[in-house]
Ligand binder design. Structure first.
Ligand code: BGC
Length: 747
C-alpha cells in the first residue's frame, strides 16, 4: 500500500452511516510518487500478483534509510527480468525523495516499456475498518510536464491544502521521454530495445511541497528544490550524512543480546522518521502511529507522554516544537472547556489540525461488525499528560524560557480546568472528579449507565494532586516573570489556594489491603473467568470487543485494557507518589506497590501496546526482574511481530517504540531523568552485558557505559549525579567509574 504522509496534512469529511452523519478528520495520503512499472512489447503491465517471483530480497538499512529490493520475475512466457531498486526519502531535506530502478532482461531481448507516475487519484484506503467512510480527500488542480520533467498539483477538498509534486527522470541509456496526463495523474514513458542480458537504469528524483510549509507557490518551491539535486547519489549522500548525525546522538548500543539491539534500533529509526530536527518546524505533534499509516487518522493522543522524553534527551528543539503545537491550540482547549461548562484548558483526547476534539462518537466493533457509542474522549487525563510533558521538557532541558513564555500558561490553564472539575463531596468530605475515564479504555461508564464517565479515577486524581503541587515550584522557577503571567491569565492567590486545598483533599478509594481502586466502584464489578476466555479465543487482548460481541460489556467486569492506576508509577518516582499520598492524607501499608501490581496485572489484557512498557518498569521497581523482562520483551517485539493482528501495517506504534527505548535507558541502564539531577539505579537484564548511550540533561552531554557491576560516566561539564541516595561530583571530560556492587568503595 503506497502511503506518503505529511505532518499536519488533515482533511475533514462526512459520511452517512446507518442514517447517522459521521464526521472525521483524516490523515491524508498524499499523491503516490512511487509508481514505476514495466511491460514487454505490447503485453499487459507486469503485475506482481500474476507473475512468478523468485529470490525476493528486501532490505531496509536503518543506518542510512535506504530501502533496497531485488527480485526476479518470470512472466507467463518464461521471460525473466531482474528488478532491482533503491529508494530513499531524504532525511536531510524532507521535501525530497528518490528511486533508482534497474531492469535486466535475463533471458530475452525485446521492447521494454517503462512508465513512471505521480498519482493524485489515490484515496485513503490503508485501514480496512475505515473502508465504509468517505475517503476521497484530493482534488486535481493541474498536471503536466515535458520530456523527463513532470508535475502534479492537487488540493485537499475541505482543508484546501495544496500539494505539489515534481519529478525528474534520468536514464543510463539513450531514450526519449514522453509525458501524458489526465486530471489528477501524470505519466512519463520510456521505451528501449533491450538485448538479452542487458540492463537499463532509471532514476526518479521527486520533490514534494504543501501549502502547510510554504506561503509561496507550492509548485515553484517543488521545482526549485528539484533543480538543486544532481542525481540519486547526491540526494542519498546528504540524507546519509543527516542520518549519521542523528544516530550519533540517539543510538543505544546493547551488548549481549542481538535481538534487543536490533529492535531498539528499529524503534529509534521509526521515531526519527516520524520527527527529527530535520523536519522544518511543523505545527504538529507526534501521531500515535507515526508518519507510517492512517490508523487513528494521524491524530495526536496522550501517547506523547511516552514519546517526548526521547526527544527531550536528544533533540530538545523537536520536543519544544511538539509542545508548541499544544500552545498554539491553547485557545481552542479553553473553548473546549467552556463548551462543557468548565474553566481553563481542556485539551482534546484526539487532536488534529486545529485542536478540536477529533474522537469519534461511534466506533465500529470489527468482531460484531456493529457500531457502538464511543466515550473515549472522556479521557481528560490527556491534559495531565500535556502538563506533565511541559514539566519534563523543562526539567530535562533546563529551558526555563519556554516555561516563562509558554509552559507556565499551559500548565496553569490545565490546573484551572481540573480545579473546575473538582467538587467537594459531602459524604466523603473530599474533593471528587466525576465523568472521566482513565487510560483503561475498557471502562467507559458504570454498569448499565448509558452516559459515559466514572468518578475518581485514581490515576487522574493522583496526577491532579501532582499538578497542583507543581504550581508553586513553577511560580518560583519563573519568579521574575510570574507576575506578568499570572496577570495575563488573571490568576489570583485565592485560586491558587483552592488548588492547594484540592491537592490535599482529593478523593481516592483504597481498600483494606492497600489496593487503590481504579475508580470509585471498580471493586464492585464482577470478576472475569479469564481461563474460559483464553481457551475460547486464545487472543484476548481486546477483551472489550470479545465481550461486546457476546452481548456483554467490559464495563461490568474487573478487566483492564492497560495500566491505569499503575500509570502513576510510570510518571512519578516512588518517593513522589508516597509524598502525594501522604499530602492527601492516605497511609498505605508497606508493600502496597507490589500488591497493586499483582492485583491489576492479573486483570489486564494488554489491549494497548503501551501496557507492557508500564508494567515492565513497575516490575523492575519492585525487584521482579523476570516479570519485568517478560513484559519488556513482549513490548519490544510488538510491532516487529505485529502482535495486534496486522495493525502495524496501518502505522507503527510510536508510544511503545519510544517507551521501550526509555525503559532501556531509564529503568535498565537506570538513568532517571525525572529529578533535579540525574539519579542512577542500574539493573541490566540478565542477558545484556552492557548498554552504551549518550544523553543531554540540562544542557550537558553525558556518555554512559553501564554494565552489571560498573557504570562509566563521561559528562562534558562538571556534574552532579546521585546514586543510592549519595551525591557524586563527576569531573568534566573524564571517565568516572562507579562501582555498582560495592557502593562504599569509592567516590
Ligand atoms: C490506547 C490509548 C492510546 C491510543 C493511541 C489506544 O489503544 O488505549 O492509550 O492513546 O491507542 O495509541
Amino acid at each position: 500500500y503506497p502511503g506518503t504522509y505529511i505532518t499536519g496534512l488533515y482533511n475533514r469529511l462526512a459520511t452517512n452511516i446507518g442514517g447517522r452523519e459521521i464526521c472525521n478528520e483524516d490523515f491524508v495520503n498524499a499523491p503516490n510518487w512511487l509508481t514505476l512499472r514495466f511491460k514487454i512489447e505490447n503485453e499487459p503491465w507486469i503485475d506482481l500478483n500474476k507473475v512468478k517471483i523468485e529470490k525476493l530480497n528486501r532490505c531496509l538499512n536503518l543506518k542510512t534509510g535506504l530501502l533496497s529490493r531485488s527480485m526476479i520475475v518470470t512472466d507467463a512466457k518464461g521471460r525473466k527480468t531482474l528488478v532491482e531498486s533503491g529508494r530513499v526519502a531524504s532525511m536531510h531535506n524532507p521535501h525530497l525523495a528518490a528511486i533508482k530502478y534497474r531492469l535486466t532482461a535475463l533471458n530475452y531481448p525485446g521492447l521494454l516499456r517503462i512508465t513512471s507516475a505521480l498519482d493524485g487519484t489515490i484515496i485513503n484506503e490503508g485501514v480496512e475498518r475505515y473502508k465504509s467512510l468517505n475517503s476521497k480527500h484530493l482534488e486535481p488542480v493541474d498536471q503536466g510536464g515535458s520530456t523527463n520533467f513532470s508535475f502534479l498539483r492537487v488540493k485537499t477538498n475541505q482543508s484546501n491544502i495544496e500539494i505539489a509534486e515534481a519529478a525528474r527522470l534520468a536514464c543510463d541509456k539513450e531514450v526519449q521521454f514522453t509525458v501524458s496526463s489526465k486530471p489528477g495523474i501524470v505519466h512519463t514513458h520510456v521505451q528501449y530495445e533491450i538485448k538479452e542480458g542487458e540492463s537499463i537504469e532509471l532514476q526518479k528524483i521527486v520533490s514534494i511541497f504543501s501549502s502547510l510549509e510554504t506561503n509561496g507557490d507550492v509548485l515553484k518551491e517543488a521545482k526549485k528544490a528539484l533543480e538543486k539535486i544532481v542525481d540519486f547519489n547526491f540526494l542519498y549522500s546528504a540524507s546519509k550524512r543527516s542520518w549519521a548525525g542523528l544516530w550519533r546522538k540517539a543510538d543505544i548500543k546493547i551488548e549481549g543480546d542481538r535481538m534487543s539491539q536490533r529492535l531498539i534500533r528499529l524503534h529509534i529509526y521509526h521515531l526519527l522518521v516520524s520527527a527529527s530536527p530535520h523536519n522544518r518546524k511543523p505545527d504538529a505533534g507526534i501521531t500515535a502511529r507515526g508518519l507510517h499509516g492512517e490508523a487513528y487518522r494521524g491524530h495526536i493522543f496522550w501517547d506523547e507522554l511516552f514519546i517526548l522524553p526521547f526527544y527531550n534527551i536528544h533533540f530538545p528543539e523537536t520536543a519544544r516544537q511538539i509542545l508548541m503545537y499544544r500552545y498554539h491550540r491553547l485557545e481552542k482547549a479553553k473553548e473546549n472547556a467552556k463548551e462543557y461548562g468548565y474553566k481553563g484548558a481542556m485539551f482534546p483526547w484526539q487532536s488534529g489540525s486545529d485542536g478540536s476534539e477529533e474522537t469519534q462518537v461511534v466506533h465500529l466493533n470489527p468482531v460484531s461488525g456493529e457500531w457502538g457509542d464511543d466515550h473515549s474522549s472522556l479521557q481528560r487525563h490527556v491534559s495531565l499528560a500535556i502538563a506533565y510533558n511541559v514539566w519534563q521538557y523543562v526539567n530535562t532541558t533546563g529551558d526555563v524560557d519556554f516555561m516563562k513564555n509558554y509552559g507556565a500558561e499551559i500548565v496553569f490553564e490545565i490546573a484551572r480546568f481540573w480545579a473546575s472539575k473538582s467538587e467537594p463531596d459531602e459524604n466523603t468530605g473530599k474533593y471528587s472528579i466525576k465523568s472521566v475515564m482513565g487510560p483503561d479504555e475498557f471502562h467507559e461508564s458504570y454498569p448499565g449507565d448509558s452516559q459515559g464517565g466514572l468518578t475518581d479515577n485514581a490515576y487522574t486524581n493522583l496526577m491532579v494532586a501532582w499538578l497542583f503541587g507543581k504550581v508553586p515550584e513553577i511560580i518560583e522557577m519563573i519568579r521574575d516573570d510570574s507576575g506578568t503571567i499570572l496577570e495575563k491569565i488573571s490568576l489570583s492567590e485565592n485560586e491558587i489556594q483552592r488548588w492547594n486545598d484540592i491537592q490535599h483533599g482529593i478523593n481516592l478509594v483504597v481498600n483494606q489491603e492497600g489496593i487503590i481502586s481504579q475508580y470509585d466502584g471498580y471493586f464492585d464489578l464482577k470478576e472475569l473467568d479469564w481461563n474460559y476466555y483464553r481457551k475460547k479465543y486464545k487472543n484476548v487482548y481486546r477483551m472489550d470487543r470479545l465481550l461486546k460481541a457476546e452481548g456483554k460489556s467490559a464495563d461490568d467486569f474487573k478487566v483492564v485494557k492497560q495500566a491505569d492506576t499503575l500509570m502513576t508509577f510510570y510518571n512519578l518516582t516512588r518517593e513522589t507518589v508516597d509524598k502525594i499520598l501522604d499530602d492527601m492524607g492516605y497511609e498505605l501499608p508497606s508493600g502496597y506497590i507490589e500488591k497493586n501490581l499483582d492485583y491489576y496485572l492479573k486483570r489486564t489484557s494488554h489491549g494497548s501496546t503501551l501496557s507492557r512498557v508500564v508494567h515492565a518498569q513497575l516490575a523492575k521497581l519492585i525487584g521482579d526482574d523476570e516479570l519485568s523482562w517478560s513484559l519488556y520483551s513482549g513490548a519490544l517485539s510488538s510491532d516487529f511481530d505485529d502482535v495486534r493482528d496486522g495493525t502495524t501495517a496501518e502505522g507503527i506504534h510510536t508510544g511503545v517504540m519510544a517507551g521501550t527505548i526509555m525503559i532501556a535507558l531509564s529503568t535498565y541502564a537506570g538513568i532517571d531523568i525525572r529529578g533535579e539531577v540525574l539519579n542512577l539505579n542500574p539493573g541490566l537484564p540478565k542477558n545484556w552485558k552492557s548498554v552504551d548511550l549518550n544523553i543531554d540533561f540540562k544542557g550537558v552531554n553525558y556518555h554512559f557505559n553501564v554494565k552489571h557491576d560498573v557504570c562509566e560516566i563521561t559528562p562534558e561539564k562538571d556534574s552532579i549525579i546521585t546514586f543510592k541516595k549519595k551525591t557524586y561530583r563527576i569531573a568534566a571530560n573524564k571517565k568516572t567509574t562507579i562501582n555498582l556492587k560495592n557502593v562504599s568503595n569509592k567516590l
